[in-house]
Design a binder for this molecule. Structure first.
Ligand SMILES: CSC[C@H]1O[C@H](OP(=O)(O)O)[C@H](O)[C@@H]1O
Length: 364
């Protein structure tokens, strides 16, 4: 049995009850002697309702990943690892449930990687499994802070003092545990007064940008404009954007970046205009075992998401859609990949081997 706890909804009277604290974790473990749970922010409800889901079955965790109640490569990796901990605590035979977690979404490398990593401890018992899942959670928290530090330094090196950035999809704390990847760098630049403006693209069809990035930017007090997806390359061409900064779901051995559909278009626009295209992702999203983006399974999602999600019906019943959830940006269009341990400049011909892992850093 799982529960939903509305923490905030826009009430009819307009008074808004207390909302999430700024350090609310996107996904976490709830320990309990008989009813342990994975607790997560229901991202399908944002921005209108701030609601935590307390999931006590692995099926509910798989469902939450598949319908993007929890989403974002690091966040679904953490959710998958915690789901394994839940499986070994609640099921006599957890194997099938663990496989279902691993297969819940195919593109972000973090999910399968985390499930495999935690499942390797099943033989050692539930406490060891949970400890490994919590270690992944804590690593992602530390990674967000470190990526912000490396990202701020890169912007200081390659952009002017007040860069106007375009970002796509959602890459804040909602896509990790806290902090974020690309949006974590944006928050850090804002905090030190080195941000000239933000354009968030809406990110059809599930509107991660319009719903989630705007919610996170507003809570952080960061001024922004919301743009329709197709506007990005034109805003760049008009000289309104100084850098594009996005996240990733899988970065391949050759530096190809797999990310939310629409990223490639922004990369083409950035290349044509000669502005930086910066990708921010933890090392947990780097997949050296996959040679290039051509080798990555791109998740195709439903027709219903295209024609019915939070919008007036925009097409007749029965329409067939094209709804790839991700695209591939070739590494030659990627100015730099910022991770929690290094910055690699692929467009300049660097490879992962050229830049050894540096230290985790703290951005205070
Ligand atoms: C920091 S990972 C964020 C990454 O994940 C998003 O995909 P989805 O919302 O489908 O999970 C998108 O590709 C973001 O860049």
């Amino acid at each position: 049995m799982s529960s939903t706890e509305p923490l905030r909804s826009t009430s009819p009277t307009g008074d808004v009850p207390p909302s999430f604290s700024l350090d609310q974790r996107t996904v976490d473990w709830v320990e309990h002697p008989s009813r342990p749970a994975v607790e997560l922010i229901d991202q399908t409800a944002l921005p209108d309702v701030e609601r935590l889901l307390r999931l006590e079955t692995v099926e509910d965790v798989v469902d939450a990943i598949q319908r993007l109640a929890v989403r974002g490569a690091p966040a679904i990796g953490v959710a998958g690892g915690l789901g394994v901990a839940l499986a070994v605590r609640t099921l006599a035979e957890p194997g099938a449930a663990i496989s279902a977690l691993r297969d819940a979404r195919p593109t972000a490398v973090n999910l399968a990687r985390a499930v495999d990593r935690v499942a390797a401890f099943v033989h050692a018992g539930p406490d060891a499994v949970l400890a490994e899942a919590l270690a992944i959670r804590d690593e992602e928290i530390a990674s967000s802070d470190s990526m912000a530090a490396y990202g701020v330094d890169l912007f200081a090196e390659i952009c002017g003092p007040q860069p106007r950035v375009l970002t796509h999809c959602n890459t804040g704390g909602l896509a990790t545990v806290t902090g974020g990847t690309a949006l974590g760098v944006v928050f850090a630049l804002h905090r030190i007064g080195r941000l000239g403006g933000v354009v968030a693209s809406e990110t059809r069809p599930l509107l991660q940008g319009a719903r989630l990035t705007t919610w996170e930017l507003a809570r952080a007090g960061v001024p922004f404009r919301l743009a329709v997806d197709g506007a990005g390359p034109y805003l760049i061409a008009r000289g309104e954007i100084d850098a594009v900064i996005i996240g990733a779901d899988r970065i391949c051995a050759n530096g190809d970046v797999v990310n939310k559909i629409g990223s490639y278009a922004h990369a083409l626009g950035a290349a044509r205009a000669g502005i930086p295209f910066i990708v921010v992702a933890p090392e947990s999203t780097v997949d050296l075992a996959t040679l290039s983006g051509a080798d990555v399974e791109i998740e195709d999602r439903s027709d219903a998401e295209v024609v019915g999600f939070k919008s007036a019906r925009s097409a007749p019943d029965g329409v067939t859609t094209a709804n790839p959830a991700f695209d591939v940006t070739p590494s030659d269009l990627v100015t730099a990949v910022v991770t929690d341990r290094r910055v690699v400049r692929f467009a300049a011909g660097q490879t992962w081997d050229d830049v050894p892992l540096g230290p985790l850093r703290s951005f205070s």
